[in-house]
Design a protein around this ligand. Structure first.
Ligand code: COA
Length: 145
């Protein structure tokens, strides 16, 4: 597991594409890094990149922008390890609260976040647009460090 930057935007994009139906392009990942204090973590296994997370810190708060594990590598504790690592890093630099958005109905995401101590603090109605044009809610979750 290592912290990566703009040079790995292509790898981050490839993982995101396999994890989300509405994936982001390489430019989106490159642009993330133009904002100060944006970090990405890559998990590798025998030189294969299998998971990633991107988060952004702003003084004593942080936002998880995305987290994804390739389908073949799921349910092995990788996301939990990634998240715990991120939470540790945030704590070390003085972050007090960490936020994220997850789609209502994303059972794997919700269970993962509940298990790592996040709790729902609000709902953003009709926040995500699906490939068929329909809209779904986002749940906003918070964890205090
Ligand atoms: C959500 C995601 C990151 C989980 O990755 P993962 O490496 O499989 O997760 P872990 O193995 O670390 O699981 C940790 C805990 O999360 C929960 N969990 C993970 N996947 C789950 C699933 N499919 N169904 C129910 N609970 C699940 C479990 O509580 C699990 O603990 P357990 O295995 O001891 O029961 C992965 O499924 C993924 O990339 N999904 C697509 C992208 C996404 O939805 N990202 C999150 C929202 S932004």
């Amino acid at each position: 597991m290592r912290i990566v930057g703009k040079a790995e935007a292509g790898i981050l994009t490839d993982i995101h594409t396999e994890c989300f139906p509405r994936y982001w392009n390489r430019q989106a990942f490159t642009d993330f890094f133009s904002v100060k204090d944006t970090f990405a973590i890559l998990v590798e296994n025998n030189e294969k990149s299998v998971a990633m997370a991107v988060y952004r810190v702003a003084f004593d708060q942080a936002d998880i922008i995305t987290i994804g594990v390739l389908p073949a590598w799921r349910r092995g504790g990788i996301a939990k390890m990634l998240l715990e690592n991120m939470l540790d890093d945030c704590k070390k630099i003085g972050v007090k609260k960490i936020f994220l958005e997850v789609e209502d109905g994303n059972e794997a995401g919700l269970k993962l976040y509940e298990k790592t101590g996040f709790r729902q603090i609000s709902r953003r109605k009709l926040y995500y647009q699906q490939l068929d044009g329909s809209l779904t809610d986002a749940l906003v979750m918070e964890k205090r460090l």
